[in-house]
Design a binder for this molecule. Structure first.
Ligand SMILES: Nc1ncnc2c1ncn2[C@@H]1O[C@H](COP(=O)(O)OP(=O)(O)OP(=O)(O)O)[C@@H](O)[C@H]1O
Length: 256
């Protein structure tokens, strides 16, 4: 693994769905997220945000270009290796929370370590610490059904963080919440970021994005602006957009 300060790097990433006609969901995306950043990726419906999240999260392989997670080129990994990298390096937070309703809050969070080779007592100990970070240690034995939407999202965030991943990807994390509760979740993401977590938030909400330190705007499968000024000259993959196009009819084979 080469030394890197980037948690995530994309170089000229393309994603094409289907053939007749091909849909160019990502048209050459180059940017990186450094360790310790809090970044919003913002764009209208259909601009490619979810596709970008799936590619950044290694849930889908790109059609072309390079994706590196914590310095590892995912092209070098088979599907098993990719699953292991994902379990180790990426935490996910979704709009719909995706909690197991029949399990306790503690077990929901501890399950975030299920594939990390950590024994059950240690999983629960770390889960309790993660619940403390999100202000819910006193609700560890509750069930998600007994909690509000904002509390459920806090549980989901604790689960995403419990393995101390290189990067947390949050997909519309406030989408199911009222504006006050949503604001408290954004505040929590700020706090966790201040403690060192690297977080990327996907959102269609420009107002929400404006509250975060860096905004990357996506439109028609391309980055159209990136508020990151001051790129570090030592950092080879500076966070900048490319205009690389995939010509229609000349797409590479979809590797996914
Ligand atoms: N599995 C798929 N097969 C074919 N086309 C797809 C697929 N997934 C996404 N697309 C297309 O790719 C483009 C980008 O979609 P994507 O879901 O990434 O956008 P988005 O910005 O997340 O939109 P939204 O905010 O509405 O979720 C759209 O034109 C969409 O129709």
């Amino acid at each position: 693994m080469r030394p890197t300060r980037a948690a995530l790097e994309l170089e000229a990433v393309t994603k094409v769905y289907g053939e007749r006609p091909p849909v160019l969901a990502l048209r050459g995306v180059t940017f990186s997220v450094r360790k310790g950043e809090l970044v919003a990726i913002v764009g209208p419906s259909g601009s490619g945000k979810t596709t970008l999240l799936h590619v950044m999260g290694t849930l889908e392989r790109p059609t072309g270009g390079t994706v590196r997670i914590d310095g590892v080129d995912i092209d070098r990994l088979d599907d098993r290796g990719l699953s292991a990298l994902r379990a180790r390096s990426i935490g996910f937070v979704f709009q719909q929370f995706f909690l197991a309703e029949h399990s306790t809050v503690l077990d929901n969070v501890a399950d975030g370590l299920l594939y990390a080779g950590v024994e059950v007592r240690e999983r629960r100990r770390r889960a309790l610490a993660a619940l403390e970070r999100v202000g819910l240690a006193d609700r560890a034995s509750a069930r998600p059904t007994q909690m509000s939407g904002g509390q459920r999202q806090r549980v989901a965030i604790a689960r995403a963080l419990v393995g101390r991943p290189a990067i947390v990807l949050a997909d519309e994390p406030t989408g199911n919440l009222d504006s006050v509760t949503g604001a408290s979740i954004i505040e929590l993401l700020h706090e966790l970021n201040a403690e060192g977590a690297t977080i990327v938030v996907i959102t269609h909400d420009a107002e929400l994005a404006a509250d975060l330190p860096r905004q990357v705007h996506v439109r028609d499968g391309r980055i159209v602006s990136d508020s990151a000024h001051d790129p570090d000259p030592d950092d080879r993959a500076t966070p900048r957009t490319t205009g690389a196009r995939v010509p229609v009819g000349a797409e590479q084979e979809d590797r996914s």
